[in-house]
Design a protein around this ligand. Structure first.
Ligand code: GRF
Length: 221
């Protein structure tokens, strides 16, 4: 919690930070009852660092290249987050594989967004893989983070159509628009404790969430 009693989010990025921007905007317009208290990038060039600074949010780079091991890097992240009374840790395009040092520290309050309809296409190049497979629907998934890469319980999933003229870029842009809606929404549910993680899975309003997550529709807003 921050001094005004608002839940505090730490957002971890590596790149341009459009999802970070969606969180900043959702906090400003009242869709998300929280404060982005801290932004961390492992990449000094990440455009999202400037977005944070423009919004007056403390932003720092913790460069993974300054550490001898993944575990040491992860411990540095944990230390900074723990020093900031963070309630929820949001991975938003954070391009480092995290070790148990980090994941166990925040289990149940650590979420990611992955640009595919998980369990389809964990890993990289999701849009090209969807195009190559001839999929007619693509999308994005908010999920809890566990040790398994892109494999924690899905929470909320948004679908978009794939058109015959799509490129990976055009599809990525369509998916990103949905990400900017569903990711702050899922964070709001977590803050309200409508959404909870237990070692038997993810629950929303006391109901077990289906294996591919809740399917987003506009009436959920
Ligand atoms: C998004 O595609 C998200 O699904 C993935 O990383 C990308 C981050 O984009 N995890 P941005 O930096 O938020 O614009």
């Amino acid at each position: 919690m921050n001094q005004r009693g608002l839940p505090c989010l730490a957002i971890l990025i590596s790149g341009r930070g459009t999802n970070l921007q969606a969180f900043i905007d959702a906090c400003a317009n009242g869709h998300l009852n929280a404060q982005v208290g801290l932004v961390i990038s492992n990449n000094p060039q990440a455009g999202g660092l400037q977005r944070a600074r423009d919004a007056g949010i403390p932003a720092r780079c913790i460069d993974h290249r300054d550490y001898h091991s993944r575990e040491e890097f992860d411990q540095a992240l944990v230390d900074v987050i723990d020093a900031n009374a963070v309630d929820l840790v949001v991975l938003a395009g954070f391009m480092r594989i995290l070790t148990p040092v980090f994941i166990t520290a925040f289990l149940g309050r650590l979420v990611n967004i992955h640009p595919s309809l998980l369990p389809l296409y964990p890993g990289l190049h999701t849009h090209q893989r969807a195009l190559d497979a001839g999929d007619t629907t693509a999308g994005t998934t908010v999920h809890f983070v566990t040790q398994e890469l892109d494999g924690g319980p899905p929470v909320l999933q948004a679908r978009v159509p794939v058109y015959t003229h799509d490129t990976a870029e055009s599809l990525a842009a369509r998916v990103a628009k949905e990400e900017h809606i569903i990711y702050p929404l899922a964070a709001q549910w977590l803050i309200e404790e409508r959404l909870v993680w237990t070692d038997t899975g993810a629950f929303f309003d006391g109901q077990r969430i289906p294996a591919t997550g809740i399917q987003y529709t506009a009436d959920l807003l």
